[in-house]
Design a protein around this ligand. Structure first.
Ligand SMILES: [Zn+2]
Length: 467
């Protein structure tokens, strides 16, 4: 843990009463809160939302215990609560939006909320033992409405799309992002466009998106052509771009951290471990911790551990080099949600790791699958990329950076049903590198056959117990 200094180039919060701005980290330009372009119009840099410091109605700052009490009051209970784990933190996510109370039926459409968040913070002995840490909590973001953490960013991003008067929303993604985009756009009554290169995407990955009614455009070209087209279309057609660099999506993703801190009674853990691909979450977690510390919500800052798949580990390579260079790789891993060779949020993720005295590491696909087996068999389950956090925590314990007595939160980003294909391979294919499979067993229609299966199961459990 560290006692970090404030960032010199820009205050964490603006003076109470200020309007939020979108600030360009590259050139320092400020854009109004409802500026609809996804990047800085001057230099093309990434934008960050900056808000006024929370304040009482008389303008005095609202910090520490008073702010914690305010968040507790917003938590679900009538009459002031809202049943969203994102919007109860509205003061530090999107302060200018009016969040309707549970009891207010007339103001519901000021935000586009499923509702989302309020995901469980689990403890399971089998997972703790596997990692080698007693006080291990698993924050399961797969329990969000479309099955991944993306809903937290999309509720804020779609709310912003409505506020800027967008004609439609769009992204270039095949996975969890497009599913979340499609669901929230459906609720907002906005057309949703998903751009993917034709011939390069298995339609199975898009079923959830298709179900929610997004229009999927198979673009004749490669992924770069898609990105270029989606950006041109957003500029010329008034489509609001909800890709991973959208600053409002990051505001929503910050609430994973606020919520887990609140669930721990604002007694910060020693570590927060998360899977890392495009680095949007790493960046959002860093911003959340910086803000939580500045507001006195926590008095010490957990270390962020970002875990990449070994075949898609450009950020880990940059970290090993002291962040002197930005690395790009040809990404290959079965953890598709983090199969990213050139992470979009690299720069702000560097800030998150530096600020939190964190670290970046990589784990092999075999380690990811082994961790997934433990998570799945504990009855929790997750998509492959999520298991990188548990595999990473285990690796940190083994190399001595994480101690058995540390308090650790590991984030699972997606639901076990997000990737049924990998489950079929793990449990039907004996040659797949995650043996033993748990294949279905064909039996005669007799009670003795059932009894034989139970006896075999008891033998296996006894053997495992003696290991
Ligand atoms: Zn700029």
């Amino acid at each position: 843990m560290t006692s970090p200094a404030a960032r010199p180039d820009f205050p964490t919060f603006l003076p109470p009463g200020s309007a939020s701005v979108q600030w360009c980290a590259a050139c320092g330009a400020e854009w109004p809160e409802r500026h609809a372009a996804p990047q800085c119009a001057t230099c093309g840099g990434l934008l960050e939302a900056r808000h006024a410091a929370p304040a009482h109605v008389d303008g005095t700052p609202l910090t520490g215990a008073a702010l914690r009490a305010s968040f507790a009051q917003h938590c679900c209970a009538r009459p002031l609560g809202h049943p969203s784990g994102v919007w109860r933190f509205a003061e530090i996510v999107m302060p200018s939006v009016v969040v309707p109370a549970v009891s207010d039926n007339h103001a519901r459409d000021t935000i586009v909320s499923w509702p989302e968040g309020n995901t469980a913070l689990l403890q399971r002995r089998a997972i703790s033992q596997y990692v080698g840490v007693d006080a291990l909590w698993v924050k399961h973001e797969g329990m969000n409405p479309t099955g991944s953490f993306k809903d937290r960013g999309m509720t804020v991003g779609t709310t912003q799309a409505v506020r800027v008067g967008a004609s439609a929303v769009a992204c270039a993604s095949t996975g969890n992002t497009s599913a979340a985009l499609a669901a929230y756009a459906a609720q907002a009554g906005l057309p949703a466009l998903v751009f993917v290169p034709t011939g390069q995407v298995a339609l199975g990955k898009l079923t959830q998106t298709l179900a929610y009614g997004a229009r999927t455009l198979l673009v004749r070209g490669d992924f770069d052509d898609c990105l270029r087209l989606v950006q041109d279309a957003s500029r010329e057609l008034g489509i609001y771009l909800l890709n991973s660099i959208n600053p409002w999506r990051l505001e929503g993703q910050k609430t994973i951290v606020f919520e887990l801190l609140q669930q721990l009674g604002w007694d910060a853990p020693d570590w927060i471990v998360l899977p890392a691909g495009n680095l949007g979450n790493t960046a959002a977690f860093g911003k959340a911790l910086r803000e939580a510390h500045a507001l006195g919500l926590i008095d010490r800052v957990p270390r962020i551990a970002s875990v990449q798949a070994a075949g898609a580990a450009p950020f880990a390579a940059s970290f090993a080099d002291g962040f002197r260079t930005r690395t790009r790789v040809q990404a290959e891993t079965l953890a598709t949600a983090i199969r990213i060779g050139d992470p979009a949020s690299h720069d702000r993720a560097v800030d998150a790791i530096t600020f939190s005295d964190g670290c970046v590491l990589s784990v092999s696909d075999e380690e990811i699958l082994a961790a997934k087996r433990v998570i799945d068999a504990a009855g929790v389950g997750c998509e492959p990329a999520s298991a990188a956090s548990i595999a990473g925590a285990r690796a940190l314990v083994r190399d001595g950076r994480m101690r058995a007595g540390d308090r650790v939160v590991a984030v699972l980003t997606g639901h076990v049903l997000k990737d049924p294909g990998i489950l079929v391979r793990m449990h039907q294919d004996a040659a797949f590198p995650s043996a033993p499979p748990n294949a279905p067993i064909e039996i005669d229609a007799s009670v003795s056959a059932v009894a034989a299966v139970l006896a075999d199961d008891a033998r296996r459990r006894a053997m495992t117990a003696h290991d």
